[in-house]
Design a protein around this ligand. Structure first.
Ligand SMILES: NC(=O)c1ccc[n+]([C@@H]2O[C@H](COP(=O)([O-])OP(=O)(O)OC[C@H]3O[C@@H](n4cnc5c(N)ncnc54)[C@H](OP(=O)(O)O)[C@@H]3O)[C@@H](O)[C@H]2O)c1
Length: 314
């Protein structure tokens, strides 16, 4: 990474002071008007909250602005990726876009065409599609969708950066919080499968730099937490920070398919089961990219669990 040569303190609303350490190329770029697509989600909400409150105009695309719950300085505009004609008003006057795509794939091409017509820089929340670790190399339809979006962005002729997080720590809220709130037993498949969960705030910190700084064009950042931890160790960590003694029981993949379907879409269950099964037997892939880009090491899963302990309380 390039050398740290200067600092610009920016006001923001995150719980870590946002003390920008600009890289050697690192001046604020001319990307002053930024649109966040996915602003109400786990990563997008953190990007909104970490974008400097001064010097950057932040707009959020939301399907339902009334319930978006975003800070008052954010210009919230109604839009829907599945209705490309709604995107022009959101994109009007925008320099850079942070893109999260969880919508169905049918409108990818027209939506990307509209985004590319307006924005000069696109930062896309993708996945480690090119990392040769079995956790990331199992075939699934979401992978094909990610590759399609990346191709469209690459051929847009604009500046782009792809963020490739491994497992997002906040998955624990969907996966384990309901069981931990309900009692002391957590049943889960492939407990030995290791991952390196990354705090969504650290993904956002990299996204903010890619959006606001020059020097990240064409970069593909594989982002992980600092440690390889089995799923058993991750659940134990949550129990530990809560002072709870959890009984953690292995569930078969067949049981997982029937028991997890109410919580996780069928496609997601199969994708995760395949990935975890393939990952058993070697440590998770760990990078130091968060520290290299932001100057601050990635948060540990224990940090994340401690900061979310209330989410696991009944
Ligand atoms: N989970 C992981 O471990 C992991 C790992 C690597 C990569 N990823 C990638 O991360 C992305 C998910 O990020 P996340 O967890 O922050 O997402 P999330 O919490 O599920 O939020 C999804 C966001 O997309 C918005 N959205 C959904 N459909 C939309 C539509 N039709 N038009 C406009 N906005 C729409 C949602 O807005 P509403 O408020 O309108 O619903 C919400 O803001 C996925 O692309 C996934 O592949 C995830």
């Amino acid at each position: 990474m390039q050398q740290v040569v200067g600092r610009t303190a920016c006001q923001n609303s995150t719980d870590r002071p946002l003390d920008f350490k600009w890289t050697s190329s690192g001046k604020m770029s001319s990307m002053n008007r930024i649109l966040i697509i996915g602003a109400t989600g786990r990563v997008g909400r953190q990007v909104v909250s970490q974008l400097p409150a001064t010097g950057v105009r932040v707009r959020a695309l939301a399907r339902n602005p009334q319930t978006a719950g975003l800070p008052p300085h954010v210009d919230v505009v109604r839009g829907d990726l599945t209705l490309p004609e709604t995107l022009d008003a959101c994109l009007d006057g925008i320099d850079a876009v942070f893109l999260v795509w969880t919508a169905p794939p049918a409108t990818v091409a027209p939506a990307l065409e509209r985004i590319a017509k307006h924005a000069r820089r696109i930062v896309f929340l993708s996945a480690p599609l090119k990392t040769a670790h079995p956790l990331f190399q199992q075939p699934n339809p979401l992978r094909a969708l990610g590759e399609q979006i990346e191709r469209l962005i690459e051929t847009s002729g604009h500046q782009w950066t792809f963020l490739r997080p491994g497992m997002i720590a906040a998955n624990a809220l969907w996966w384990w919080a309901p069981q931990i709130r309900a009692g002391d037993v957590v049943r889960w498949p492939h407990l030995d499968a290791p991952t390196a969960p990354i705090d969504e705030r650290d993904i956002a910190a990299v996204a903010v730099r890619a959006l606001c700084e020059d020097g990240h064009a064409g970069a593909e950042y594989v982002l992980t937490g600092p440690q390889s931890l089995s799923q058993f160790e991750q659940i134990s960590t949550i129990g530990g920070v809560m002072g709870r003694s959890l009984r953690i029981e292995e569930m078969s993949p067949e049981e997982a398919k029937s028991e997890l379907l109410p919580f996780i879409p069928e496609l997601g269950v199969k994708m995760l089961l395949d990935a975890w099964a393939a990952a058993i037997g070697q440590p998770a892939f760990v990078t130091s990219t968060v520290a290299e880009i932001t100057g601050t090491p990635a948060r540990t899963f224990r940090d994340w669990a401690a900061d979310h302990a209330t989410d696991f309380r009944a």
